[in-house]
Design a protein around this ligand. Structure first.
Ligand code: NAP
Ligand code: MG
Length: 398
């Protein structure tokens, strides 16, 4: 059989531990036999990041900006214990943080839904994609414990020395106070990534804040989204038959719980943090959650939402069989191949990406699963297999 051809290479970012092992298995078992795979390989494994002074992460992100599509394996974000384990020169920053800073993107997360694994919210028939604004607000706050009595002021100083000042609160006793910020530039990048992604995936876009209470801060988010929609996206949305919808955050939560899914839900930083964990646990497993970083320029980086599955890796090193779920990593590959196919106009490659996802879901629906899905899949006859045999079952269908 002639292999499916590619034009432009994907940026391939290899990673760590169990996911590094799965990475190679996915390529060998379900991609390379069918696709004449073209990638530019960057080894983001912790050892190589350390050897290159983390330059490899920066190079991979810059190359992604040039080529347009990347696929990334999960990577270790070092902590004190990893310093000794890997004998590191420095406690390198999170690769995802470094890449996000270079691409200036927004992360979209969506569960992979399969029949037989019912979300805890029974009306969700289609996946809900969460877009979290990953900049500012409470994650970059300034805060004090106040020993009252005391007055807390908020002061803005302009370059010409002019100031504006408001009293936040007159403390009569002890208390707490916090300062938050965000920038128009970051909110605009977030908004355009969300509009772009909704168009790409032909799904409605919902956005929610608390603008009735936060009349300047949250209201600015609402205004930026609305202005950008009216100016740049209204016609495109109408042509695609999708809608943009703004509502209050509490109303959005209530509606989401009664919806059938199938839309993109854009959220401020804190709301997105909380709601993405809600979504992941309501859908059963982190191993079934996909993730893609979309930059406002339309650059895409696909990955799994989970980490390097360290506990399984240590068992693997001891020679034990592990049954780690490769679905989210496999969907990172299929997502990247599909996007590459669309950009390069390669219908055969696009069809392959669709088929790869379809037969993976089918494999689970027919009862061939990895161990993590045992308690989730509602079916009598189940066969729990190791990662390699799971991938081989998919390849057989391909
Ligand atoms: P994790 O790797 O996501 O694993 C947490 C637990 O979730 C696992 O021990 C396993 O539970 C279960 N799990 C996750 N993915 C699974 C899969 N594909 N199949 C089966 N079970 C799965 O999170 P972590 O242990 O907190 O972090 C490990 C390392 O990953 C850390 O060094 C962290 O820095 C890194 N990390 C990287 C990324 C990224 O690159 N995007 C994201 C998060 C974390 P059981 O052990 O109970 O089976
Ligand atoms: Mg969280």
């Amino acid at each position: 059989m002639a292999k499916i051809q590619m034009k432009t290479p994907l940026v391939e970012m290899d990673g760590d531990e169990m996911t590094r092992i799965i990475w190679k298995q996915i390529k060998d078992i379900v991609i390379l036999p069918f696709v004449d795979l073209k990638t530019e390989y960057f080894d983001l494994g912790l050892k190589h990041r350390d050897e290159t002074g983390d330059q490899v992460t920066i190079d991979a992100a810059n190359r992604t900006n040039e080529l347009g599509v990347a696929v990334k394996c999960a990577t270790i974000t070092p902590n004190a214990q990893r310093m000794t384990e890997y004998n590191l020169h420095t406690m390198w920053k999170s690769p995802n943080g470094t890449i996000r800073a270079i691409l200036d993107g927004t992360v979209f997360r969506a569960p992979i839904l399969v029949k037989g694994i019912k979300p805890f919210v029974s009306c969700w028939e289609k996946p809900i994609t969460i877009a979290r604004h990953a900049y500012g607000d409470v994650y970059r706050d300034t805060e004090y414990r106040v020993e009252g009595p005391a007055r807390a002021n908020l002061v803005i100083t302009y370059p010409d020395g002019r100031t504006e000042s408001q009293t936040i609160f007159e403390f009569t006793g002890d208390g707490i106070v916090e300062g938050l910020y965000n920038t128009d530039k970051s909110i605009e990048a977030f908004a355009s990534s969300c509009f772009q992604y909704a168009l790409d995936t032909k799904q409605d876009l919902w956005f929610a804040t608390k603008d009735t209470i936060s009349k300047t801060y949250d209201h600015r988010f609402k205004d930026i989204f609305q202005e950008m929609y009216d100016r740049d996206y209204k016609e495109k949305f109408e042509a695609a038959g999708i809608t943009y919808f703004y509502t209050l955050i509490d109303d959005a939560v209530a509606r989401v719980m009664r919806s059938s899914g199938g839309f993109v839900w854009a959220l401020k930083n804190y709301d997105g943090d909380v709601m993405s964990d809600m979504l992941a646990s309501a859908c059963g497993s982190l191993a079934m959650m996909t993730s893609v970083l979309v930059s406002p320029k339309g650059v895409y980086e696909y990955e799994a939402a989970h980490g390097t599955v360290t506990r399984h890796y240590y068992r693997h090193l001891k020679g034990e069989q592990t049954s780690t779920n490769p679905m989210a990593t496999l969907f990172a590959w299929s997502g990247a191949l599909r996007k590459r196919a669309q950009l390069d106009n390669l219908p055969e490659l696009e069809a392959f990406a669709d088929k790869l996802e379809k037969v993976s879901i089918q494999t689970i629906e027919e009862g061939i699963i990895t161990g993590d899905l045992n308690n989730l899949l509602d079916r009598e006859d189940k066969t729990i297999v190791n990662t390699e045999d799971f991938l081989k079952a998919i390849a057989a269908k391909l």
